[in-house]
Design a protein around this ligand. Structure first.
Ligand code: ADP
Length: 287
């Protein structure tokens, strides 16, 4: 194309048929631009098709995993409840034998840990009954922060909070949402072994879908998530940690879905990760 233009420019100067040459040049250029824009839109369409296909695969994978997770969790839930009740009863009748009390406490701790895993799985599979109510997000965030107070202090992590005024209220099960934030904060802390900053922002957003949303942004200055791992982080049992369980984000996704809330992640290796959560606003402005 460039060559044609250069050649014709020379040729034009030599022959003197300027108008014809300019017209032909313009035609060739227009055709070139048109062809290029066709190629671009075709490439965009192909990329969009690939994205949709990936989303469908992910949705199918999540649905299949959810079914398995729910099945296993149901089977384990009742025996666990009996074990936990049994230990409580035993502890109350053990008297003051320190050795026995210590052993029973350790059994209780392990059983409660297993119970948490089961609850996480049920949360992921959306099998937890919500107790929703109208509420402010700020006290929920503050309480979740208090759960990780020690880890923040030990890990030399400063908290940078910014809560915009007049935040909308949301319909939520505050216990479930506390679980979401506690998990996000724990992950952020674990991603910053050398210390760093945990950012928490709450503001009103008009997106997604143009509807009023309460947007919460949780960010860290940690290790980041590699691009090839990004699509796995919500899978149950996906973990990159030695003692991880890989249930935090998957359970969180289940809880957020039951609140009709959306989530997206942005991460850069070595610079940190940002989790944005969008809750549909319940009413205009909180009183
Ligand atoms: P776990 O914390 O037990 O590994 P999660 O489901 O909470 O399980 O997280 C899954 C994986 O996602 C983690 O093992 C880690 O690789 C990645 N991840 C989650 N949050 C972060 C974060 N803030 N920074 C870096 N990686 C993260």
């Amino acid at each position: 194309m460039m060559m044609v233009v250069i050649y014709w420019t020379f040729d034009t100067v030599a022959s003197g048929q300027i108008l014809t040459r300019i017209l032909i040049t313009a035609l060739v250029m227009t055709y070139g631009i048109f062809t290029q824009s066709l190629i671009n839109s075709r490439n965009e369409a192909l990329a969009e098709k690939d994205r949709t296909r990936q989303q469908l695969i992910q949705a199918e994978k999540l649905a299949a995993l959810g079914a398995v997770a729910a099945g296993v969790a149901h089977e384990v839930k009742n025996p666990l409840a009996i074990i936990i009740q049994g230990i409580e009863y035993l502890k109350s009748s053990l008297g003051s034998d320190a050795g026995l009390l210590d052993a029973s406490s350790r059994i209780e701790k392990s059983a409660l840990r297993a119970d948490n895993i089961v609850k996480g799985l049920l949360g992921y599979a959306r099998q937890i009954t919500l107790k929703p109510g109208e509420g402010d997000i700020v006290p929920v965030i503050e309480e979740s922060l208090s759960f990780v107070e020690h880890q923040l202090k030990d890990g030399q992590i400063r908290v940078e909070k910014h809560f915009a005024p007049d935040l909308p209220v949301v319909i939520m099960d505050s216990n479930q949402i506390k679980q979401v934030f506690t998990n996000l904060f724990m992950n952020a802390i674990e991603a910053m072994p050398e210390g760093g900053a945990l950012g928490i922002r709450a503001e009103t957003a008009g997106i997604p879908e143009g509807r009023r949303h309460l947007k919460i942004v949780v960010s860290d200055t940690g290790v980041g998530i590699p691009a090839d791992k990004m699509r796995n982080v919500f899978d149950p049992f996906f973990t990159t940690k030695v003692s991880g369980r890989g249930l935090g984000l998957s359970a969180m996704l289940g809880i957020l879905r039951s609140h009709h809330a959306g989530i997206n992640i942005y991460s850069e290796i070595g610079r940190g990760s940002t989790f944005r959560i969008y809750f549909p606003a319940h009413q205009a402005v909180k009183k």
